[in-house]
Design a protein around this ligand. Structure first.
Ligand SMILES: [Mn+2]
Length: 329
């Protein structure tokens, strides 16, 4: 597969890179890392995001080069005629590309590089490996195939992708190859301590106050094997925070020794109010299957879904029996 991708990339001069809405570290790191690597090979690259990247990742190099104007991307693509590829990274299914998806898909060829379980592939070419720790790990292998240099900037981006999607090398998906890639990235100049500081030592007092309130909602079920927390719009308002500040809070219930499944219920306001749910599992429980029952997706250990026009209590009552069932499966 990598040979096919390498051949395709060598044949083209212009490349549009895109990733999922509300991008995480793997999405952004893969996008920015691959962009830098391709530019090193003399390609013209567009780094497209539907909305500006979350502030949490502002330590990543070249975030300033991100394009958020879809019209400009499409005009660029039109000017390139056939000499172009659109590559989506870390996008588990087509809808995760957001409103831009249908427009971007008009660019041909349209490629998918991803590691989400259940991704059926909507591209002209699909490189999907669900057993991989991260898209960043796959991008590294592609970079090796391309034979280009991995600059310090690219190494920082790909290392960030891997370290975030593996929960700092803690999740099941972390393999010998993951460590080998991370080691090579450090050899290329990635700085684990600086990245870790950028990712973890970036709290605000507002976030800590939010954490306090969110932890106040902690409930356990099923002999302490299920831990559930929630956040309301009112909590966000009173602490001057946004949903972005909830990143990582699900690890609080997950960290309980007995907990096998953690759930985080978030009240969503805006155009389509409702509830978004993040799920984390330890051991043999598969939360991707749980999320799929609610039209969501993800991996065995980390998954999620969204329901509109509903309340936190309603979602809680519907979800709990499904989680209990997943534990006994
Ligand atoms: Mn990922």
């Amino acid at each position: 597969m990598i040979d096919q991708l390498v051949k395709g990339i060598r044949a083209k001069e212009n490349i549009v890179l895109a990733t999922h809405v509300r991008p995480d570290g793997d999405a952004l790191g893969s996008l920015l890392g691959l962009a830098t690597i391709l530019e090193g090979l003399g390609k013209r690259v567009v780094r497209y995001l539907e909305e500006p990247a979350p502030g949490l990742y502002d330590f990543l190099p070249h975030l300033d080069l991100v394009e958020t104007d879809l019209g400009r991307v499409l005009r660029f693509a039109e000017d390139c005629v056939d000499d172009i590829i659109c590559i989506t990274l870390d996008c588990g299914d087509f809808s995760r590309l957001g409103r831009s998806g249908p427009e971007l898909k008009r660019i041909h060829p349209f490629w998918v590089i991803d590691h989400h379980q259940g991704n059926t592939g909507c591209g002209d070419l699909n490189w999907i490996e669900p057993q991989r720790s991260s898209t960043g790990e796959m991008v590294y292998d592609l970079a090796v195939g391309l034979g280009g240099d991995i600059s310090k900037e690219a190494a920082d981006c790909l290392y960030t992708a891997i370290v975030t999607d593996t929960g700092s090398f803690c999740y099941d998906s972390t393999t010998e190859h993951t460590f080998a890639v991370a080691g090579n990235l450090v050899a290329c100049g990635a700085k684990p301590a600086v990245i870790s500081q950028g990712l973890h030592d970036c709290s605000t007092f507002g976030r800590l106050q939010l954490m306090q309130q969110v932890l106040g909602t902690l409930k356990s079920f099923c002999k302490n094997q299920i831990g559930v927390i929630r956040v309301t719009q009112e909590m966000l308002e009173s602490t001057g925070t946004t949903l972005e500040d909830c990143e990582g809070l699900i690890n609080l219930p997950r960290s309980v020794k007995k907990v096998r499944v953690a759930a985080f219920l978030k009240e969503i306001s805006g155009d389509s109010p409702g509830v978004s749910v993040s799920l984390r599992a330890k051991g043999d429980c598969d939360v991707a299957k749980v999320a799929a029952k609610f039209n969501g997706g993800g991996h065995r250990n980390a998954a999620g879904f969204k329901m509109s026009g509903t309340s936190l209590n309603q979602v809680h009552d519907t979800l709990l029996p499904v989680l209990e069932q997943a534990l006994s499966a």
